[in-house]
Design a protein around this ligand. Structure first.
Ligand code: ATP
Ligand code: MG
Length: 391
């Protein structure tokens, strides 16, 4: 008898045509995440079994909890001995470690040549448990659901498992570019996007010396925290200083944030296209600040027709904080290093920006060269190199 891990797929059951691709990607992601362990994988259309070669089942399970595309993680007992006596014994082992007063046995016999039919097996195992424990049967809402799965090579016996993260396997829906600031919102926006199977590259605009090296390291730390779920390893850092200073010196102060964000989107689009990112993602939430009113979003979005995903558009701040705590980015996000948007803050930020005024103001200065320079001088930080870690 051996303890193995059974994985039930998440939402990918709805993707009939793509199913094999989803399963293959999930398997690849599992191999990558568990690269320090030694194990075999057996998969089919409905589930996957991970068979650890050493005694490290709990460490493997804790890693699997961070992989999207997994609906449920179950520790199952597997045995080559498919005799009724042995199945009774395995069932008893599982039951004696489970909590509850009622149970139900569900047998699945994928090997149709096995001599005992599923219903008979349910009765035999159920009777055995009734005779030897104080448990009662409840077929509608049992505390313990005992599964017996009889396959050609092995029998598996297990109870319900723990929930996985759900969502789609990362990479099945292509790649996007996450605008990652040091705040609370953008890492959560990233997490929500990864959940939909989208791999992320990260993009950070910095304005040295107005922003500090600590601010950059904070973003690197946040990206690394997201890498627990994503693992693309790539952060782009754009030197935004000249653009920001030029806007500050030459254009209408009340529109500072609008101009800055327009330039950010413009640059983000170019970097996204160059790196096969099919969308830009950010942490905007409708109404949260002046630059996130619907009119501000129109004014900023006006520079691009590239898809901009705003996974947090309808989230309250408290909901966002909740997720950030769960994914362990909160404590890093609240470190007090200033972001480029918080340094050049206008006294009366506009909440209803006017596009004609924007065009007029922007025509006062030719930004083309500065934008080209920012794009061509983008720096790539390799997130797999362990340095500059803050929290
Ligand atoms: P956050 O908490 O994510 O910083 P915020 O509420 O502070 O968001 P803004 O500063 O208006 O909101 O920024 C909105 C979004 O724009 C951010 O969520 C992020 O996606 C992007 N963004 C802002 N500043 C930067 C930056 N310096 N580099 C990269 N992206 C940025
Ligand atoms: Mg911010």
């Amino acid at each position: 008898m051996k303890k193995v891990i059974l994985i039930k797929y998440g939402e990918l059951t709805t993707k009939k045509d793509n199913r094999n691709f989803f399963i293959k990607t999930l398997k690849k992601n599992i191999f990558k995440k568990l690269s320090s362990f030694s194990f075999d994988i057996i998969d089919d259309y409905y589930r996957m079994f991970i068979i650890p070669k050493n005694d490290d089942i709990d460490s493997i399970v804790s890693k699997l909890k961070d992989i999207f595309g997994i609906h449920e993680i179950v520790i199952a007992l597997r045995s080559e001995d498919r005799s009724l006596e042995n199945i009774k014994k395995l069932s008893f082992d599982i039951i004696s470690e489970s909590e509850g007063n009622t149970f139900k046995v569900v047998t699945n016999r994928s090997d149709k040549s096995y001599p005992i039919h599923s219903m008979d097996m349910n009765d035999k195992i159920g009777g055995h448990i009734l005779r030897n424990t104080k448990l009662k049967v409840d077929v509608h809402n049992p505390d313990i659901l005992l599964n017996v799965e009889i396959r050609r090579d092995y029998v598996y016996v297990y109870e319900s498992g723990i929930s996985g993260l759900g969502g789609y396997p990362v990479g099945t829906l292509g790649r996007a570019l996450l605008m990652l600031s040091g705040g609370i919102d953008s890492p959560v926006a990233g997490f929500q996007t990864i959940k939909r199977g989208v791999e992320l590259y990260y993009l950070y605009f910095e304005s040295r010396p107005h922003t500090s090296i600590e601010a950059r390291n904070k973003v690197i730390s946040l990206a690394r925290k997201l890498e627990r779920y994503n693992s693309s390893g790539k952060l782009f850092v754009v030197n935004f200083t000249k653009i920001q200073e030029t806007i500050y010196k030459n254009l209408d102060q009340d529109y500072l944030i609008t101009f800055m964000r327009r330039k950010m989107y413009e640059i983000a689009e170019r970097i996204a296209k160059r790196n096969n990112c099919l969308a830009i993602v950010n942490g905007e939430s409708v109404g949260q600040v002046a630059s996130q009113t619907l009119k501000s979003i129109i004014a900023v979005n006006d520079v691009t027709n590239y898809p901009i995903l705003r996974p947090l558009c309808s989230f309250d701040k408290l909901e966002i904080i909740d997720i950030s705590k769960r994914i362990d980015t909160y404590e890093t996000s609240i470190l007090p290093y200033e972001d480029c948007c918080t340094i050049f803050v206008p006294r009366h930020p506009v909440i209803n920006p006017d596009l004609h005024h924007i065009y007029e103001e922007e025509s006062k200065y030719d930004f083309k060269e500065l934008v080209d320079e920012a794009v061509s001088s983008v720096e790539i930080v390799d997130l797999t190199e362990k340095k500059n870690e803050l929290l």
